[in-house]
Design a binder for this molecule. Sequence first.
Ligand SMILES: Nc1ncnc2c1ncn2[C@@H]1O[C@H](COP(=O)(O)OP(=O)(O)OP(=O)(O)O)[C@@H](O)[C@H]1O
Length: 732
Amino acid sequence: MSGGAATVNGATAAAAASGGSAANGAAPAPATIFMEPTNEVVVQFQNISCWVPQLDMGKKGLPEPLKGLVAPKPALQAKADMRQVLFNISGECEPGTMLALMGPSGGGKTTLLSILGGRAPKQTRQEGQVLFNGHKLTKRIKRQIGFVLQDDLLYATLSVHETLFFAAMLRLPKHKTKAEKLERVDSVIKALGLEKCRDTIIGDHLRRGVSGGERKRVSVGHELLINPAILLLDEPTSGLDSSAARKLLMLLRELASSGRAIITTIHQPSSFLYSQLDTVLLLSQGHPIYYGKGGEAAAWFQQLGVPCPFGVNIADWILDLASGEVVGKQKTGEDMRLHLVACSEQFLQQEPAGYAGGAVDVPALTAGEPTVAVVTADGSAMGHRDGAHGGALVKRKGGLAHVDIEQGLSNGPSPHGSKGDLLDRSATTLAAERAGASRWGASYWTQFYTLFVRAVRVRRFETLSQQDLIQFIIVGAICGMIWWQVGQDKTLYGAQNARGLLFFEGLFLAFRCLFQSLFVFPQEHKMMLKERSSGMYRLSAFYLARTASDIPSDLSIPSLFIAIIYLMGGLRHGGYFFLNWLTVLLTTLVAQSFGLLLGATVMNAKTAQTIAAVIMLTFMLVGGFYVTNIPVWIGWIKWLSFLTYTFSLLMKIEYKGQSFWDCSLGDDKNFNPSDPWNYVASGQCAPVDDLNKEFHTSIDINSVPWEAAVLIGFLVAGRIAVYIALRKKTQR
Ligand SMILES: Nc1ncnc2c1ncn2[C@@H]1O[C@H](COP(=O)(O)OP(=O)(O)OP(=O)(O)O)[C@@H](O)[C@H]1O
């Protein structure tokens, strides 16, 4: 089936996409990617049913005032308790054709599309099978599927070229050189007519970028880079004006004509858009009510007694029928809708091979007066059969192209060969691919490097770093003034004061880092899911690149803060500064691991913040500065607090081997550390024998600094835990 695109060649489609006009006589740009050979894949789906979770408010036993506070969450439910949203849907899409999933909002189009693309959400349950040239979906086949989501998930701060370039670097095979990948990006930009906005950022509500139509074309281009055999699109025309929608459909039409199987959901197509569709699967509340050529829908519904009124767009009419908005003389719209569902279900029951079967007696409506459909309690309906008109329509001549998956092609020949041929040919291709192709496009190093550069570029407009810098300088200066040269005061009083500075130094940076890192993965979650579903990169490469890209700012600004308070606070001179610096930076990395872990575990920044506040306040209290005698039964918590080890280590660095004087009996303000014995002799001061005792702490300041090993252990374990959490959250 070549579809309605016969009049549109690659050049005109490119011109249409670019807004140019072959019709105007301008020389169209050569759109090579449209003509590219691709694997030809027959997509078949049979008896697809799907159940989604009901919302379990999970708050039955709560006191009344608390009920509103508990967010509803999908419960883990048995299938019987779930809501069925798709009912035995079958169909197929051959290479070179475009199948449109139509239906009113909530009809199940997106759900069906995501099942076809192997991207159904984890919490849903499905039955039935989806086959690609007779094979079940594998990761390698999945890499040949381009999936364009309804919401274009693109980085707002990257330009069109950068977006496609990074995708090309990750998705194209490693044997291709960078120059070849760049060439590919350029040809996609050209073919999609994106030259004008090549260097414009994608944009978002804060920063203006490309137009909606251009944005959608970038999303399509993102998938075209890999020359997909199958292209799935969810509402590609939503939010576009009629001209942009028309250009996009022409583009898809052309992509199909070079052998791709294109399946798209579409909400309310104009009559022109509708005419571009080869096959239409119309869903009504998860039930198929029409499956066949777009052009034959009018005849089908006419036979069922609901002809499309003169002058009404057939697409609007069938949507009204599917929504239950067409009312009969004595029947409600819902009765009418149920009748159409019943006709379709009964028909498929009699002829499981679909509408391509022979004469089938369809329960029909008499003209102008719908027959009542008998609806059973579970929503399935059996049409009342008067048989007056039924047989005629369904003596198909191959128009309604449902085919039997087991028996091969039964309808008109495809320009790309018979379906039997395709199944054989493509089975061989896919087998060869299985043997030869790598699961990943780029090598590990390329993945890491590309993701690293991308992560840096994505945040290039962030002013946060500047604000951070100012904040750290101001807080550092305030601390410096409050604790001015406290480290040089060798009295017990000075040592006590410096302890406060040491604790605050670790605490402030740990708090900052932890709270900042909570947002990293929740913000990236959707993008990760999308990109991982396309097999763009290894999770570990993403994880390492994303965290590594933060390191320069995570370490440089805190280093400045440490330097300010160290110098102003007059802490111990010499190489001790570096030990202090290393300890605090290690602490910030540990805190960051905690933050990343929390964020990755709950994938909700708000919830993560609440949990983090409780954890950090607890860690702070038991960290060794505020409370030294914690009741035994709760004392173990201090060993979980990384601040305990940081504080202990900082104290060792600052105090180990230093002499201090207890001048509490005399005038310690005038104590001169360079001549302490003078004060001792005058009875105003006494040497401190055991600083540990004075601090009332269990920390032995003179012992080896084993805490460093614990902090490193926390860091390593934390990073591994983050990876595991991420893996769990991005699994499908
Ligand atoms: N993960 C889910 N959890 C709960 N309900 C779901 C889930 N996924 C889909 N549903 C429900 O399934 C039904 C079909 O949803 P779907 O998104 O497939 O409809 P649609 O036809 O694509 O609608 P629209 O045109 O508005 O995008 C809806 O009632 C929706 O609420």
